[in-house]
Design a binder for this molecule. Structure first.
Ligand SMILES: Nc1nc2c(ncn2[C@@H]2O[C@H](COP(=O)(O)O[C@H]3[C@@H](O)[C@H](n4cnc5c(=O)[nH]c(N)nc54)O[C@@H]3COP(=O)(O)O)[C@@H](O)[C@H]2O)c(=O)[nH]1
Length: 771
């Protein structure tokens, strides 16, 4: 099926589209976050580089400042040594210090100790209190070595100043070069870390001068200078180098738990290493700010991507469901939701293909037509009709297996295609099930009703090799089932096809017959058996087909009924019969009653009453002169409706005759239930009743009719004996070839003219019904 193939390809494309959208969106998300990640890594690296570059710059500046300070103190010590040695120990330290421009606040004091360690001169302190520094490192270093180098001691509490001091000392020599003592310049350790700048190093940054002995000469963390302490210098250097290589932060637990990025530098002239450090947290904070903004952009981009994905998926799904809906609409019937003809065709084509391959099964194609559905529609309305169709569809669907299919072809026509492993036998079983499913009462528009179906069956491959032929033959078989009395199934036979062709050509010709004036009404006289006067006539339709000749009513009326053509034809008969009767009445100046045959389907149409009234009014025929002939089967079809219709017809003053009495149920109940005026004993019944027994039965019927106040008309009187017999039994009126055959209007007019003693034998006309 093209629709199905398109739908499948559309669904495949939709799936591809969906996957593409999802894939693209996910790829976009990954790309966004990879870009952010890469950017952050680059940023981190850049920040680290900048951090280390900054630290490097700080350390270099710091190096200069430290060297400057140390050289300054070194200079002072050199000057004091020179002065001391030149003056042979009688130096005026106060004046000398002033001259040595030792004006720095950083210098706590300058002092000189003799070879015994006694402070012999100092710029500050209590001169009367003797102070000895023999035990101090900066004394003992010079005592032990003859070096002239400046010694920078570890910070100690000064014995003169009482403050933590950094003692920078130089050896004093006597003229012979022997040890004469030391000159000491004591400074605050903080003098070496005053350059700490919070802007550069942060609130917990570090600036330090570390001796190669592992003792801090000066140490400042943030705003505070720390007391000196000792660390493992070699370990520190190794850790420092490792951290620098990895651009990593370093924690010195001896100091505090803070991790810092640091840069260290060895001072060339002194055994000291300086370092500057910045807290890792400060750097990370800076990177964090960058990351935050990157993440914000990333989240925004991700949200937009997800939104795009969501919208695109929603659109794709909507498109898909819309396509599915369209596909469903194209392949299913809206009212019943059953597959439609298009889906049925493709399903059958596939079944044929598969069955041809296997060559072991048969396929049954069934044409199912609900019987008299049109009447339901016409009498109860389309909503009720729809309700009935929906329920019938549900029942049919329940009967077939999943592999088989029931479809609605339109109106009240359905079709089922099914695999039949046992050919005809399986098809019969299924058809019976389908009929049984419809046999249960339906509750429609609040009332219970029954409906049946006629099913035509063709089998693949015996009745056709393609679906067109199979459907056509199933349709033909269905008509056969209808013609055979409905509520049954029929298998296709080749003979049916011939019959169907003839049937079809009759139907087509019938459709044109009215406009081509091919119909004619013949009139058969009805005789009053007591007076033997003509009291009326039965109008009998004739069809003069230009090629087929005169087609008997029994051949075309059932087709007209089946194809819904009886209504317009019946209407025409009514008009023609009423008009002609009026003409005869006017021509002969006496009343004549005309009886017109009404089919079951005409009776079940509300338009009948209007048609009858219109025909009478158009002809100007008194209502009492029209008689409608109805068969028992027409009345029992829908007794409720029949009763209502007859009541309305009776209200118009029209006579009702029960035709063919004696052939059907002949139930007394009908005679009581329906407003019947005339009982027409069927001709087959009249002709078959011979001898004393038959007379008794006819007599009984006549008596019964009379008891019920009904007139009795005997049909098919073909002999004088039958006429006499009926007269003797008190039968009111008679009709038959013996009394007069059905004849064209002109001939009937002559018949009326020629019949001797013709006089008015009809009942008196109602008041106001002028002739
Ligand atoms: N709904 C309509 N049905 C109609 C109409 N016109 C006719 N019919 C029905 O067609 C059936 C056949 O009718 P027809 O071939 O016309 O046969 C009628 C008579 O010709 C025949 N008849 C009359 N007398 C004799 C007789 O002595 N012997 C004999 N063998 N046949 C005879 O009987 C038919 C009339 O029967 P009935 O209607 O039961 O009175 C027939 O059933 C018609 O009803 C039409 O316009 N509408």
């Amino acid at each position: 099926m093209i629709v199905g193939a398109n739908a499948r390809s559309f669904q495949r494309n939709s799936l591809i589209l969906l996957c593409t959208i999802i894939g693209f969106s996910l790829a976009l998300l990954v790309a966004i976050w990879l870009t952010i990640h890469a950017h952050l890594l680059r940023e981190r690296e850049r920040t680290m580089l900048a951090t280390f570059a900054g630290l490097d710059k700080i350390v270099r500046t710091y190096e200069k400042q430290t060297l400057l300070s140390l050289r300054q103190f070194d200079q002072v010590s050199k000057f004091l040594k020179y002065e001391y040695e030149q003056s042979n120990g009688s130096v005026d330290l106060g004046r000398t210090v002033q001259r040595a421009v030792l004006a720095s606040d950083a210098v706590i004091l300058a002092s000189i100790a003799n070879e015994h360690g006694d402070i012999v001169a100092a710029t500050a302190g209590n001169a009367s209190k003797p102070v000895n520094i023999r035990d101090r490192e900066h004394f003992r270093v010079h005592l032990g070595t003859n070096s002239d180098r400046l010694f920078i001691s570890a910070p100690v509490i000064g014995r003169v100043s009482g403050e933590e001091t950094l003692n920078m000392s130089r050896r004093l020599n006597h003229a012979d070069g022997s040890f004469a003592g030391v000159v000491v310049v004591s400074v605050k350790p903080s003098v070496l870390t005053d350059s700490y700048n919070e802007t550069d190093l942060g609130r917990e940054g570090m600036l330090s001068v570390l001796g190669k002995d592992g003792i801090y000469r000066a140490l400042r963390i943030g705003a505070a200078n720390r007391r000196s302490m000792k660390i493992d210098f070699d370990r520190f250097v190794a850790a420092q180098q490792d951290a620098a290589r990895r651009s990593a932060a370093l924690t010195l637990p001896e100091l505090d738990p803070v991790s810092r990025y640091s840069v260290m530098l060895n001072l060339k002239e002194y055994p000291l290493a300086i370092s500057a450090a910045i807290p890792e947290a400060d750097v990370m904070r800076q990177i964090g700010h960058e990351a935050d903004s990157e993440y914000r952009w990333g989240l925004l981009a991700s949200a937009l991507t997800l939104l795009f994905m969501l919208v695109a998926i929603t659109l794709a799904l909507k498109l898909n469901s819309r396509q599915r809906m369209m596909e469903r609409l194209a392949t299913h019937d809206r009212l019943t939701a059953l597959p439609n003809r298009s889906l049925l065709n493709s399903h059958l084509a596939r079944m044929i293909e598969r069955t041809e391959l296997r060559q072991e099964q048969a396929i049954a194609v069934m044409f199912i037509d609900l019987d008299r559905f049109k009447e339901v529609n016409d009498t109860l309305g389309h909503a009720a009709g729809d309700e009935l169709l929906s329920e019938a569809s549900r029942r049919l669907r329940r009967v077939v297996r999943d592999a088989d299919l029931v479809a609605r072809l339109g109106g009240d026509e359905f079709s089922a295609v099914a695999l039949c492993s046992h050919g005809r036998e399986s098809a019969s079983a299924l058809a019976e099930k389908l009929l049984a499913a419809l046999a249960a009462p339906f509750s429609v528009a609040g009332q219970e009703m029954f409906i049946s179906a006629s099913i035509g069956i063709s089998l693949f491959p015996s009745d056709g090799r393609d679906r067109e032929e199979l459907f056509k033959n199933a349709d033909t078989a269905m008509y056969q089932a209808k013609a055979a009395g409905r509520n049954r199934y029929a298998f296709f036979t080749p003979e049916m096809s011939m019959e169907m062709k003839a049937h079809l050509s009759v139907e087509q010709a019938l459709r044109r017959a009215l406009e081509r004036h091919e119909f004619e009404v013949h009139y058969q006289p009805r005789i009053d058996l007591r007076s033997m006067q003509i009291v009326g006539m039965e109008a009998l339709l004739r069809w003069n087909h230009p090629e087929l000749g005169r087609v008997p009513p029994m051949q075309f009326i059932p087709i007209a009924e089946e194809r819904g053509l009886i209504e317009p034809i019946g209407r025409w008969v009514l008009q023609e019969a009423c008009a002609r009767t009026r003409y005869f009445i006017d021509r002969f100046g006496r009343p004549l009653r005309v009886s017109v045959n009404i089919s079951a389907c005409q009776l079940q149409r509300f338009s009948l009453v209007g048609d009858v009234r219109a025909a009478l009014d158009a002809a100007g025929l008194p209502h009492g002169l029209l008689e409608l002939e109805l068969t028992e089967s027409a009345l029992v079809n829908d007794m409720e409706l029949s009763a209502r219709m007859l009541a309305q017809i009776k209200k118009l003053g029209i006579q009702i005759a029960l035709d063919d009495f004696g052939t059907g149920y002949s139930g007394l109940a009908y005679l009581q239930r329906f407003p019947i005026d005339v009982l027409k004993l069927d001709r087959s019944f009249i002709n078959q009743q011979e001898g004393a027994e038959s007379r008794k039965v006819i007599e009984a019927f006549i008596r019964l009719a009379h008891v019920l106040d009904l007139k009795v008309v005997a049909e098919g009187i073909e002999t004088a004996d039958t006429t006499s017999m009926l007269k003797g039994l008190g039968c009111d009126e008679g009709q038959g070839y013996f009394l007069g055959k059905p004849m064209p209007a002109a001939e009937f007019e002559r018949f009326l003219m020629q019949t001797p003693g013709l006089r008015c034998a009809a009942p008196a006309l109602a008041h106001g019904e002028a002739l």
